[in-house]
Design a protein around this ligand. Structure first.
Ligand SMILES: NC(=O)c1ccc[n+]([C@@H]2O[C@H](COP(=O)([O-])OP(=O)(O)OC[C@H]3O[C@@H](n4cnc5c(N)ncnc54)[C@H](OP(=O)(O)O)[C@@H]3O)[C@@H](O)[C@H]2O)c1
Length: 347
C-alpha cells in the first residue's frame, strides 16, 4: 500500500514541529510538505534542531491549491482565522483536512463569532467533525474535515463525558480548573510567556472568558443530552508541556467509587489512549509527557457530595499533534496507534 502523503501548514510552530516528530516514525504516512511564511527555504531541522537528520524538509509557501493536489491529508497548524482562509481551497483540491485551530470546532456560526471572529467559511461547519476519536470515531472515519479538539477541552471532556452520559453527575454543577505548560500558547514571541513572566509563579488567566469554554460546553451537552454551562479557569504553570485538569461536579445520586470506576471502564474499555488510575494513583503531567495518553482518576468527596475528576495529557500530543495523527489513522482506516506508540518520558 502506498504511504499516505501529508502536509503541515504552519510547520514552524510547536504543534507543527510535533507533527513532524510523530510523522517521522509513522509506518504508513510520510510528511511531504511543510509551510511557513517567515521561514520559506529554511530546513525544518534548522528551526528545530531536535529534528536534525529526522526531518530536513524545507519550508515552502502555503499554496493550498497545489498542496491539496499533492497530498492526501493536510494538517492546518495555524492560528484561528488563518485556518479557515486555507481550508476551503485545500478541500476543493481533493485532500482531507485535519484542522488544529478552533475554526471548525464549534457547530454554531453565531457561537463561534461571539467568541472568536467573523467566520469566512461557514458553509463547511456542518461537514466538520469534532475530532475526539474516543467519542466520535465513526463520524471521523467518514469525514473530509476534522476539527481537532483544543487541548484543555480534550482533558476535560474525556474526564467528564462518561459520567454525564451515565447521569451520575449534575450537569449544572461542573467546574473545570486546568493548568497548562507554556507551549500551549505557541512559539510566537509573547510577553505573557517570557521566562520572567512565567517562572517561579503560577497564575490564572482569561478567567470566565477563555475561548475553549463554548467548545467544552458543546461536547459535554452532547454527552448529557441537554444544554449546560461550565465554569472553566485555566492557569499557566512554569513547565513547557502538559495539562492537568481538576474537574468538580455535584453527584446526582448515591454512587460508590466502584460504581464510578465501572462507568469509566465501560466507556474506555477499548480505548488504548485513555488510562484509568486505580487505587491510590492519580494522574500527573510527568506520567504522560511526550505520549498520546490521557490519564484519568477521581475521588468521591462524601463531605461535599461532589466528585473530583483529575486528568492529565501532554498538550502538544493528545492535546494537539498526537490526537491529529490519531484522527488521520481513523480517517484512513489504519491502526489507530500507528506512529503513536511513544512511551511517556519520565522523569
Ligand atoms: N500549542 C498547543 O498546545 C495547541 C494545542 C491545541 C491546539 N493548538 C492550536 O494549533 C494551532 C497552532 O498552534 P501552535 O501552538 O503550533 O502555534 P505557533 O507555535 O504560534 O505556530 C503557528 C504557526 O502558524 C503560522 N502562522 C502564524 N500566523 C499565520 C497566519 N496568519 N497565516 C498563516 N500561517 C500563520 C506560523 O508560521 P509563519 O508565521 O512563519 O507562517 C507557525 O508555523 C493554533 O490554532 C492553536 O490554537 C495549539
Amino acid at each position: 500500500m502506498n504511504k499516505i502523503r501529508a502536509a503541515v501548514i504552519g510547520g514552524s510552530g510547536y504543534t507543527g514541529a510535533e507533527l513532524a516528530r510523530i510523522l517521522s516514525l509513522h509506518p504508513a504516512a510520510d510528511l511531504a510538505a511543510v509551510t511557513s511564511r517567515a521561514n520559506r527555504g529554511r530546513a525544518l531541522s534548522e528551526l528545530f534542531p531536535h529534528l536534525n537528520g529526522i526531518c530536513d524538509l524545507a519550508f515552502e509557501e502555503a499554496d493550498p491549491v497545489s498542496l491539496g493536489k499533492k497530498v492526501d491529508v493536510a494538517f492546518t497548524a495555524v492560528p484561528h482565522a488563518a485556518a479557515m482562509a486555507v481550508v476551503p481551497e485545500l478541500l476543493a483540491s481533493g485532500c482531507r483536512v485535519i484542522d488544529l485551530s478552533a475554526d471548525f470546532r464549534i457547530r454554531s456560526r453565531e457561537v463561534y463569532e461571539e467568541w472568536y471572529v467573523p467566520h469566512t467559511a461557514p458553509e463547511l461547519l456542518a461537514d466538520a467533525v469534532y475530532g475526539l476519536p474516543e467519542i466520535r470515531r465513526k463520524e471521523i472515519a467518514e469525514a473530509r474535515l476534522v476539527a481537532n479538539p483544543g487541548c484543555y477541552p480534550t482533558s476535560i471532556i474525556l474526564a467528564a463525558a462518561p459520567l454525564l452520559a451515565a447521569g451520575v453527575i449534575d450537569p449544572d454543577t461542573v467546574i473545570a480548573d486546568s493548568k497548562s505548560g507554556t507551549s500551549g500558547a505557541g512559539r510566537g514571541a509573547n510577553v505573557a510567556t517570557l521566562y520572567c513572566e512565567v517562572t517561579d509563579g503560577f497564575r490564572a488567566y482569561k478567567v470566565a472568558s477563555h475561548r475553549h469554554t463554548p467548545e467544552i460546553e458543546q461536547e459535554l451537552a452532547g454527552a448529557c443530552g441537554r444544554e449546560m454551562t461550565i465554569s472553566f479557569t485555566p492557569h499557566l504553570v512554569p513547565m513547557s508541556r502538559g495539562i492537568l485538569s481538576t474537574v468538580y461536579a455535584g453527584l446526582a445520586g448515591d454512587i460508590s467509587a466502584a460504581g464510578v470506576m465501572e462507568i469509566y471502564e465501560k466507556a474506555y474499555a477499548d480505548e488504548y489512549f485513555v488510562r484509568l488510575c486505580a487505587g491510590d494513583a492519580l494522574p500527573a503531567t510527568q506520567y504522560v509527557r511526550g505520549s498520546n495518553f490521557c490519564d484519568i482518576g477521581f475521588r468521591l468527596d462524601r463531605r461535599t457530595g461532589r466528585i473530583i475528576m483529575v486528568s492529565a495529557i501532554d498538550n502538544l500530543v493528545k492535546g494537539a499533534a498526537g490526537q491529529a495523527v490519531q484522527n488521520m489513522n481513523v480517517m484512513f482506516g489504519l491502526d489507530e496507534k500507528s506512529g503513536l506508540l511513544a512511551r511517556p518520558l519520565f522523569p
